[in-house]
Design a protein around this ligand. Structure first.
Ligand code: NAD
Ligand code: MG
Length: 411
């Protein structure tokens, strides 16, 4: 039967939150999926367990020394899995000729090159790594088109929008009668925290999301709402939607995963319990539906669904992302890079929570966001923005430099 053929799958970032949920769904359907490759940066013990369970042809770790140690353990475990290392190996396993589907679940711009490789080689690309689209939108969408890839969104909001659009949607909102895309956002753990307490919040408080269990970077992004900002940019590329036609609505229950508003006043939504195995299973089996272990929604138990307008004073990162989308060129690459540095420094205890938007704004102001046409240009702009961000963080961290951020402009 069509669609039931065995899908050969590479999972980029298999030890992360999305990677683990993907393998959970895969393990429920051994007749449908065969794991060809797994990759990880850390949690190597978990990677070994995954190799034992799914016996992939390849496993990739990033560091050469770690790879040699890991290879030894793979041999001792009696596995045939070949161990590779580094960025080129990620690109290789994302574009293996016998792989049908690539789950792109590496976090950050580190996921860009392998995700591009999957698109360029015409895979079915299950896109969790939103940073690929944010940093290299034109390049990435061109690779999808030219490679003949099938792009399916994993981000719960975009997956919900995809499910709420007509099946034959071809990138023309007007032709499909779409007026706006309504992205829902939980508002994160600090939706109602008094504003003057935000600068004292700790990394663990920021990572304690009320509804979702996720990796630490995206958890902090949810707390600042930069995650929603990146998702606005992601929606722009996925659905050819200008900034004016994307609206963010705070919905603290995270039951309505996003909506599409049509010109006749109809609003179509996708609902479900907040569990990433729903979009993952949807994309893995698309256009079929498969069971995934998700608990079914009981609306009467949920009771009330609330919707609020986001407060841009509380969430300046959301405003910065809209600004970057409207500015175009490389501005989104710049805010992504600045955000990655800011979040890493916040998680390391070097910066306060409210320094995150301050750093991004400062870096955006002093970095020339040139148009980027090639991967090399994207990576160069990313690098320049990161350098500025590290300088800003260093100046903020050391009391001697505190309050002298304007010095960055000339450096
Ligand atoms: P995570 O931190 O839990 O896992 C990230 C994975 O990438 C791990 O396997 C890690 O080893 C690997 N990795 C990290 N740095 C790497 C590097 N420099 N090179 C190669 N591999 C590296 O992250 P996550 O929460 O699973 O998120 C993954 C992606 O999915 C992100 O882009 C995130 O925005 C997106 N996403 C996640 C969720 C969620 O619920 N977790 C929801 C929507 C979108
Ligand atoms: Mg999301």
């Amino acid at each position: 039967m069509p669609g039931k053929a065995l899908q050969r799958l590479t999972v980029l970032g298999s030890t992360g939150s999305i990677g683990v949920s993907t393998l959970d769904v895969v393990s429920r359907h051994p007749e449908r999926f065969r794991v060809a490759a797994l990759t990880a940066y850390s949690r190597i013990d978990l990677l070994l367990e995954q190799c034992k369970r799914f016996t992939p042809d390849y496993a990739v770790v990033m560091d050469a020394t770690a790879a040699r140690v890991f290879e030894q353990r793979v041999v001792e475990a009696g596995l045939q899995t070949r161990v590779l290392c580094g960025m080129e190996a990620l690109e290789k396993v994302a574009s293996l000729p016998d792989v049908d589907t690539v789950m792109a679940a590496i976090v950050g711009i580190a996921g860009l090159r392998p995700t591009l490789a999957a698109a360029a080689s015409g895979k079915k690309v299950l896109l969790a790594n939103k940073e690929s689209l944010v940093t290299a939108g034109t390049l990435f969408m061109n690779a999808v088109r030219e490679g003949g890839a099938r792009l399916l969104p994993i981000d719960s909001e975009h997956n919900a929008v995809f499910q709420s659009l007509p099946g034959d949607f071809n990138g023309d909102l007007d032709a499909s009668g779409v007026r706006r895309i309504l992205l829902t956002a939980s508002g994160g753990p600090f939706r109602t925290t008094p504003l003057d307490q935000l600068r004292n919040v700790t990394p663990d408080q920021a990572c304690a999301h009320p509804n979702w269990v996720m990796g630490r970077k995206i958890s902090v992004d949810s707390a600042t709402m930069m995650n929603k900002g990146l998702e606005v940019i992601e929606a722009h590329w996925l659905f050819s939607a200008p900034a004016e036609r994307i609206e963010v609505v705070i919905h603290p229950e995270s039951i309505v995963h996003s909506m599409v508003e049509y010109v006749d006043g109809s609003v179509l939504a996708q609902l479900g319990n907040p569990d990433m195995r729903t979009p993952i299973a949807h994309a893995l089996a698309y256009p079929e539906r498969i069971a995934n272990g998700v608990s079914f929604l009981d609306l009467t138990a949920t009771g009330t669904l609330r919707f609020e307008r986001p407060d841009m004073l509380r969430f300046p990162c959301l405003a910065l992302a809209f600004e970057a989308l409207k500015a175009g060129n490389g501005a989104a690459t710049v805010i992504n890079a600045a955000n990655e540095v800011a979040v890493a420094r916040f998680l390391a205890g070097d910066l306060g929570f409210m320094d995150i938007p301050r750093l991004i704004e400062a870096v955006l102001a002093v970095t020339q966001a040139t148009a980027t046409h090639t991967l090399a240009e994207v990576l160069a702009l990313d690098h320049a923005a990161r350098e500025r961000a590290q300088q800003w963080a260093a100046q903020t961290k050391h009391p001697a430099f505190a309050g002298t951020h304007s010095g960055l402009a000339g450096s």
